[in-house]
Ligand binder design. Structure first.
Ligand SMILES: Cc1cc2nc3c(=O)[nH]c(=O)nc-3n(C[C@H](O)[C@H](O)[C@H](O)COP(=O)(O)OP(=O)(O)OC[C@H]3O[C@@H](n4cnc5c(N)ncnc54)[C@H](O)[C@@H]3O)c2cc1C
Length: 261
């Protein structure tokens, strides 16, 4: 079968772009499509744990990330109330983690895939996965406002996240499924003295974490059991801020002195 591409990768964020980059570096003809354009954000805690940072180093990309001013994280703490576990998350080869804004990390990865020779089509939505004789042979999709186009490849890789059209088309097996357990919210703060720590606090029916990210900001994520989602939705900010009352006193968290962005 003669095709324009060896591989089509659907989804260009932290799974899709490195996959495309590594395949392109080996000389394969790769097309990457994503309905998003970059830089753009997506919801996640965005901690790249040390082994992820090691992968970036192996691919020659870690210096690009540190050049963006992303601070290294050398200590993780898990505060359970009665006791705290703290330590270094890394190994001697990969000592630190990074909490990189997805606007920065994903763009860096897309650019690296393009540099390796992959063709990147941003703002392109896959509407259908082409299947012939029981085998995936390509995709159908369109750029915003454009005509439907068909692209064919020997291999189509689904890196299109939750509700993946590729996984659905091939009826990928689902396992380890759980009902929603948690309702979590994200905020960015300035003025928190994180000093290279990723801190997690586990309390009764509440949990929150903080990690230093780009631009001198700290990402916090916190929430409550999904069973409280509807009731707490009426005042998300109030409930979120009340959660920080559960922070240990020696943290001296003066919310008034901090700035919620
Ligand atoms: C709340 C939360 C917190 C998390 N915290 C962490 C963390 O701290 N550390 C960590 O390592 N992981 C964390 N994760 C997991 C991590 O964020 C995900 O595993 C990771 O984002 C998955 O990356 P991905 O590239 O597979 O998919 P995604 O980041 O979901 O990207 C999928 C891409 O596919 C594109 N796409 C989807 N459908 C189509 C279509 N039909 N056509 C074209 N494009 C399409 C989307 O536009 C998107 O850009 C967290 C996840 C969540 C939800």
């Amino acid at each position: 079968m003669k095709t324009a591409y060896d591989v089509i990768v659907v989804g260009a964020r932290c799974a899709g772009s490195p996959t495309a980059m590594l395949l392109a570096r080996k000389g394969h003809r790769v097309l990457v499509v994503d309905r998003a354009t970059f830089p753009s954000d997506t919801v996640s805690t965005h901690v790249v744990h040390p082994l992820g940072a090691a992968a970036l180093a192996r691919w020659g990309l870690i210096d690009r990330l540190t050049a963006t001013g992303c601070p290294p994280i050398h200590t993780y703490t898990f505060d359970f109330g009665p006791f705290t576990i703290a330590g270094s998350p890394g190994t001697s080869d990969a000592p630190v983690a990074y909490c990189a804004r997805r606007t920065v990390l994903d763009k860096l990865l897309v650019d690296a895939a393009a540099e390796a020779g992959a063709e990147i089509r941003e703002g392109f939505t896959v509407e259908e996965v082409l299947i012939e004789d029981g085998r995936v042979v390509g995709i159908k999709g369109r750029a915003k406002g454009g005509e439907t186009v068909t692209e064919r490849a020997r291999l189509v890789i689904g890196a299109d996240g939750r509700y993946s059209v590729v996984a659905e088309a091939v009826r990928a097996e689902q396992y380890n499924e759980r009902p929603p357990l948690l309702a979590a919210y994200y905020t960015y703060w300035s003025g928190l003295p994180m000093d290279g720590r990723f801190e997690t606090y586990i309390r009764s029916r509440r949990g929150f974490a903080a990690a230093p990210t780009h631009d001198g900001l700290t990402l916090t994520v916190g929430g409550w059991p999904h069973a409280e989602f509807e009731a707490n939705k009426k005042d998300v900010e109030g409930n979120f801020l009340k959660m920080f009352d559960l922070a240990p006193e020696d943290l001296n968290l003066d919310l008034g002195a901090l700035k919620l962005l």
